[in-house]
Design a protein around this ligand. Structure first.
Ligand SMILES: O=C(CO)[C@@H](O)[C@H](O)COP(=O)(O)O
Length: 233
């Protein structure tokens, strides 16, 4: 037992189930292969988060093998799943939670069209109303960063802090998305791939038309108002 109070234990158990289930969305939308990619979620009211284990196939993910970490990215010993290593991007997720208190979920995928843009180091321009609604502008590129320490996290935070987009294409790597909760970050990961594919296809046909800034701003504002109403109690 971890020795948390009963309320926190309930919150952790709920989050374990939610994070394990959300991983099925990554395979459903074809955003990952093998054991690549990861989802984490912040434990409400605690300096803790839950993340997938490293090297475990998606079919085997369940609440019992999700890994509980503190905000330094250290596994909380004595909790379910703690015998395994957490996903290789755990330090990056931890850095984001430490430096962006508003973030409740982080997702990384290797979705192929988004990775192709990341490999070229090119931001995806905002040329569809769907992109305007979700990203409020272009999807930016973050710096090249090594895997394993908090370099990726630094790149995510320095690119997304103060930016409308909940998604960054880490150069030569792939998309990382953030959200107020893990489900929102998964939604952004699905929509990044959709945007990367659509804009790539548009480019094959010619030059995509830009959206006027005032129309883009209006679409973004309206989408956010709608989202606030959807999440109202
Ligand atoms: O791209 C990377 C490494 O940054 C990740 O997507 C890893 O591939 C995740 O794999 P696991 O460590 O979770 O098995």
């Amino acid at each position: 037992m971890s020795g948390f109070g009963p309320e926190l234990e309930v919150g952790i158990a709920r989050l374990r189930a939610e994070i394990a289930n959300l991983h099925a969305e990554l395979t459903r939308y074809g955003l990952v292969v093998w054991t690549g990619g990861n989802i984490s979620g912040r434990v409400p009211g605690a300096d803790l988060f839950v993340i997938k284990p490293s090297g475990v196939s998606y079919e085997q993910l369940g609440p019992e093998n999700m890994i509980l970490c503190d905000l330094a990215g250290t596994v909380v010993q004595g909790t379910p799943g703690a015998a395994r290593l957490p996903s290789s991007d755990t330090a990056a997720h931890a850095y984001v939670y430490r430096n962006m208190p508003e973030v409740g979920g982080v997702v990384h995928t290797h979705s192929p069209y988004a990775v192709a843009w990341a490999a070229r180091g090119e931001a995806i321009p905002c040329v569809t109303t769907a992109m305007a609604a979700e990203f409020g502008g272009e999807i930016p590129v973050g710096p090249f960063a090594i895997i394993g320490d908090d370099s990726i996290g630094r790149g995510i935070v320095e690119t997304l802090k103060g930016h409308r987009s909940p998604a960054v294409l880490m150069q030569n790597h792939g998309p990382f998305t953030i959200g107020p909760d893990a489900r929102s970050a998964v939604e952004a990961a699905v929509l990044v791939e959709d945007a990367a594919r659509a804009v790539h296809l548009a480019r094959q046909l010619g030059d995509p038309l830009p959206i006027a800034q005032d129309a883009l701003d209006a679409r973004y504002a309206r989408a956010h108002e709608d989202r606030a109403l959807e999440s109202a109690p």
